[in-house]
Design a protein around this ligand. Structure first.
Ligand code: GPW
Length: 818
């Protein structure tokens, strides 16, 4: 890192060169670019060094293959990982600018939907911090996750043109471009008695990588996030027109244009779109071609590949990597099937992130085959051999096993099964989730190949979600522990336990929470125009909008409380602010109606003077990584209320915990492990267990009508969905939500997510929250207990487990490290 004087000069010079301005004339945006380029410059040497060390130490490299990297803003994070926060802030101040203001100029790179993409970003941060050689491989979407506007209570999607003005932290690497082929047919040639498979009449695009630096924390390590862009191979030209290739030239041009245009905004949902499969193959083929070339540039024996390379498949989205690696080894490297299979299966590992059936990727064979004819042949052969194995092993029930386990079945390519069959590792993302995989969803595979299965409970990076998000708490912890080692060793937070009975420390801790609440109050005022009382309980649910996450349960409960305040003279409550943030996939009608409902309820309640501001409801527009950081730091209560068994892990739960907010939740995903760490008394747990949910599901569900008929308060709330109470201009506005809770929906039962079933137990848990909060000291202790026990949930721990059990990487030595 340059010193203060050099940095100042670099910023001033950049402003001059880029904008022909002196620093006092420059806008905040211009200073953002000037500073970002200066930071990138300081990183370049370490970036080069790191990759030299890869080669010199002949390091084994992890390729983390993912359709999503929800990296969020880079500037602030990079400055922190350079250990230069204070120095940069001071230089900017001298120049008349505030660092936070300047950071706010950066567009939030949103190349992901939610948890899965953010996990990938946290993993990159931890890998670099722990000195592990790794590439993130993904797609350079021109439009990331849409920006959300709320208009008249409805979500409106606005394109996210994040690279419009250029992104300062990327470098185009044209020299590493590759060709990717789609469609056509396969011709079989016979060369010296050996079959050769040649794809012909295909369309192709050029894949061009852009690299972003991924900085370790104060260790001189700089890995790369490599995202692929597409360009047409030949620009449309008259020459081709004359040759009669007009149609094809146009098609290729078009393919290149549309291929990486936009991120599919579906979270936990498979939509089966052809373009999506093209995206998958595009970035996989390019990433693998590059990985093999890199390997071959320093090794002569391709059989050594598994010693030097490992690919982690982030869910099934990159699973086409399996037949693609086979293809490269067979057709390009000339190996035979057994050699290629041995190498492939020792290089590939798969992470499962959900058990929800609507998320499982099952591509229609026709589509898959016409788009990837050669790759499909290989899938057929993998499947054929596996089916032979099944028949061998289960002679008495082969047909049944084939139905449950074959890759190709019912006209579909079942991607998860391919990943399990071909890879050497299958992991779930929290203990409970892995158990459900082993004993329910993937039972047959677990029985047949138990050695492949393992758990890797998710984690989050404290560099972003504590150090960057919550500087006040970071400084306080550093002071209390007498060291900032927790920044790279989170379990050190347990040292805070010695302050659990120290009144002064508890007060300081809650004062920091209060300051962070003020920061959020300001944000809400500026962005929503709503006044919020910082002394109220900030009860927060922020995450993608999905029925299984049950934002509906939350808002129904708010409606219930409001009714009590209005109708029950004996009822009183501690002031609460219910804060929501959620994007709904553009085509997910029920989810969008829930957003409208939350906003409609907010409208009525926030404007009712008669309740003295006891309840406020705030829907934060455009929930994303940058405002998430502000929200986590300010939360009092963390709502993690998914139907048990449905949330594989959750990671927001960990971010709240780290920032001192107790969990109000079900025994689902990683909530179970959070409770294990803090103890049952320091969490507010309610609802059916996953076993109970699964038992109901296996027995045709439960009958919500009994609850509707017997519980008047619940009935009143439900009637308000259809009597215009919250939608005076359209009583039908929320009819569908009402119906979903009480009526069978085609093949679906009523209330598939057990909202009414869990309602009373949820309301009771809320009572407990209020009781606990009113006792200031008890609450402070409970809040500090969260932070003090958050050590397990660092993605540093998760990465060390992946390295130990799956990747077997060696830490890179960097001689010039600080
Ligand atoms: F369906 N997750 C996600 F499994 O954010 F692929 N998007 C997705 O499309 C999927 C999973 C997929 C999430 C899980 O819902 C969440 O529970 C988990 O914490 C996260 O992935 C990271 O493992």
């Amino acid at each position: 890192m340059m010193n203060a004087k050099e940095l100042k000069k670099a910023i001033e010079d950049n402003v001059k060169v880029l904008y022909r301005k002196t620093i006092d004339e420059a806008s905040k945006e211009q200073v953002f670019y000037a500073l970002s380029y200066a930071i990138k410059d300081t990183v370049i040497d370490e970036w080069i060094n790191t990759h030299k060390a890869y080669d010199e130490q002949d390091a084994k490299i992890l390729y983390y293959l993912s359709m999503e990297f929800l990296i969020g803003r880079a500037l602030g994070n990079n400055i922190i990982n350079l250990g230069a926060r204070k120095e940069v802030a001071e230089v900017l101040e001298e120049l008349g600018f505030d660092l936070t203001d300047i950071e706010d100029q950066e567009s939030d790179p949103a190349l992901g939907n939610g948890g899965l993409g953010r996990l990938a970003a946290c993993f990159l941060d931890s890998l670099a911090t722990l000195n592990y050689p790794a590439y993130g491989c993904g797609i350079r979407y021109h439009y990331g996750m849409f920006k959300q506007k709320i208009e008249n209570g409805y979500q409106k999607e606005v394109p996210d043109d994040w690279i419009k003005n250029g992104y300062p932290f990327e470098i185009k690497r044209s020299e590493y471009s590759y060709i990717v082929k789609f469609g056509g047919n396969v011709r079989v040639d016979n060369v010296n008695g050996k079959e050769k498979f040649i794809q012909e009449n295909y369309g192709s695009v050029k894949a061009i990588p852009y690299d972003m630096p991924v900085l370790g924390y104060e260790n001189g390590m700089v890995n790369s996030l490599r995202i692929w862009d597409a360009e047409a191979i030949t620009n449309f030209s008259l020459e081709q027109f004359d040759k009669g290739d007009y149609q094809k030239a146009l098609e290729q041009e078009n393919l290149a244009k549309t291929l990486v245009e936009v991120l599919y905004p579906n979270d936990n949902h498979y939509a089966g779109k052809e373009l999506r499969l093209k995206q998958q193959y595009f970035f996989i083929s390019a990433s693998l071609q590059r990985a093999l070339d890199k390997f071959k540039s320093t090794h002569s024996d391709i059989h050594m590949l598994p010693e030097k390379v490992v690919f982690q498949l982030n869910d099934t989205h990159p699973t086409v990597a399996i037949p693609e690696l086979m293809r490269l080894l067979l057709d390009e490297e000339g190996l035979n099937w057994d050699e290629a299979w041995d190498i492939t299966s020792r290089c590939m590992a798969y992470t499962n992130h959900t058990i929800m059936s609507e998320a499982l990727e099952k591509w229609p064979i026709d589509l898959f085959k016409s788009l990837l004819p050669r790759v499909y042949q290989i899938v057929e052969e993998i499947n054929r051999r596996f089916v032979v194995q099944i028949r061998d092993r289960y002679p008495n029930n082969a047909a049944e096993k084939e139905k449950k386990m074959a890759i190709l079945y019912d006209g579909q390519v079942r991607m998860a099964y391919m990943a399990i069959i071909a890879g050497f590792s299958v992991n779930g993302v929290a203990k409970l989730h892995t158990q459900i995989l082993e004993h329910q969803e993937l039972k047959d595979f677990y029985e047949m190949m138990p050695e492949k299965f393992n758990n890797k409970t998710n984690g989050i990076t404290q560099r972003r979600f504590l150090v960057h998000a919550n500087p006040l708490l970071t400084d306080w912890i550093t002071k209390k522990l007498g060291s900032d080692k927790f920044i790279t060793d989170l379990p050190q937070l347990s040292g805070l336990k010695q302050y659990l009975n120290d009144d002064k420390s508890l007060e300081e801790f809650m004062e920091i929470k209060y300051q962070n609440k003020l920061r959020l109050v300001k944000y809400i005022k500026e962005h929503n125009g709503i006044d919020v009382d910082p002394n109220s309980i900030f009860d927060v649910q922020v995450k993608r909008l999905h029925e299984y996450k049950r934002q509906l349960l939350n808002i129904l409960h708010v409606m219930y409380l409001y009714n009590k305040l209005k109708n029950d003279d004996n009822f009183d409550m501690y002031p609460r602010t219910f804060i929501f943030g959620a994007k709904a996939a553009a085509g997910y009608r029920r989810a969008k109606q829930t957003i409208k409902l939350i906003n409609s309820v907010a409208d009525v309640i926030n404007n009712d003077k008669s309740i003295n501001g006891k309840i406020k409801v705030v829907f934060i527009e455009d929930y994303k990584v940058s405002n998430a950081e502000i929200i986590f730091a300010a939360a009092d209560v963390s709502e993690q209320i998914s139907t048990a068994s449905k949330e594989a892990s959750g990671t927001g739960n960990m971010k709240f915990m780290l920032n001192g907010a107790p969990t109000l939740g079900t025994m689902d995903g990683a909530n179970v492990e959070i409770v294990e760490e803090v103890g049952r008394d320091n969490a507010f747990i309610f609802g059916l267990s996953s076993d109970e949910v699964i038992a109901y599901e296996n027995n045709g569900g439960y009958d919500p009508m009994t609850i509707f008929n017997s519980d008047t308060e619940i009935r009143t709330v439900l009637m308000q969905l259809v009597n215009g109470f919250y939608s005076p201009n359209n009583t039908e506005e929320f009819r569908e939500i009402y119906d979903s809770l009480l009526k069978k929906q085609g093949n679906d039962r009523a209330d598939v997510y057990f909202i009414l079933k869990d309602f009373r137990s949820y309301a009771k848990a809320h009572d407990e929250v209020e009781k606990a909060y009113k006792d200031k000291k008890r609450w402070a202790k409970m809040a500090l207990t969260q932070t003090a026990n958050a050590g397990k949930f660092s993605s540093d721990r998760t990465i060390e487990e992946y390295v130990r059990d799956i990747w077997h990487l060696t830490k890179l030595r960097l001689d010039n490290a600080k």
